[in-house]
Ligand binder design. Sequence first.
Ligand SMILES: C[S@@+](CC[C@H](N)C(=O)[O-])C[C@H]1O[C@@H](n2cnc3c(N)ncnc32)[C@H](O)[C@@H]1O
Length: 216
Amino acid sequence: MDTIVPPAIEEYCAAHSSAPSSLLEEVQAYTTRNFTDAQMLVGALEAAFLQLLVRTTGARRVLEIGTFTGYSALAMAEALPADGQVITCEIDVERAETAQSFFARSPHARKISLRVGPALATLGSLAPQPPLDLVFLDADKESYLDYYERSLPLLKPGGLIVADNVLWYGRVLEGQGGASEATRAIVRFNDLVRRDRRVECVMIPMRDGVSVIRKR
Ligand SMILES: C[S@@+](CC[C@H](N)C(=O)[O-])C[C@H]1O[C@@H](n2cnc3c(N)ncnc32)[C@H](O)[C@@H]1O
């Protein structure tokens, strides 16, 4: 798959951003060795970005949709205060077990609540209070709009939705006539967010594209 940012530039950016913890490096190495789709991890640069967002917004309650082996959930947990919480959703049992085994080794384990099952079901089970401060969308692209619409009412005014893969390896340029359902779904998502008066947003060409969306 094409990368948006030249790999050497991304490496340079990561090398000049705060370094990941040794446990995060271990999650990355383990995932690369044992899973064919290790590129799904956000990686060091985007993890540092998520940590900065969590810290600068003072977030306490975070929802992540798409755990995989736990890299980004762990990164955000590291940045949360002691009474903070990341609820992270994963549909695949093996991936969830791997993530849980890494969470268990972290001093931030108490902040992480892993929910195994379809994320839409987990979203439907969340209490509206206290509201969410930050939502990180990083699961099946076909459901991004549903995740967005379901999480927006749970988010506090001023809270953030951060959506990953919004450039979808550049395929968003295919537009509404995109070849795959995932491409068309991301295009619909990006178009709707841009028009949505409930939010303000910025799309950043970091890795595979990250949109930061603030609820008004
Ligand atoms: C891109 S990976 C997440 C990577 C992770 N955020 C990280 O950077 O460490 C997406 C994950 O979403 C999970 N997923 C896909 N559809 C899902 C669904 N309907 N509900 C919950 N998780 C889902 C996949 O099994 C996969 O592990």
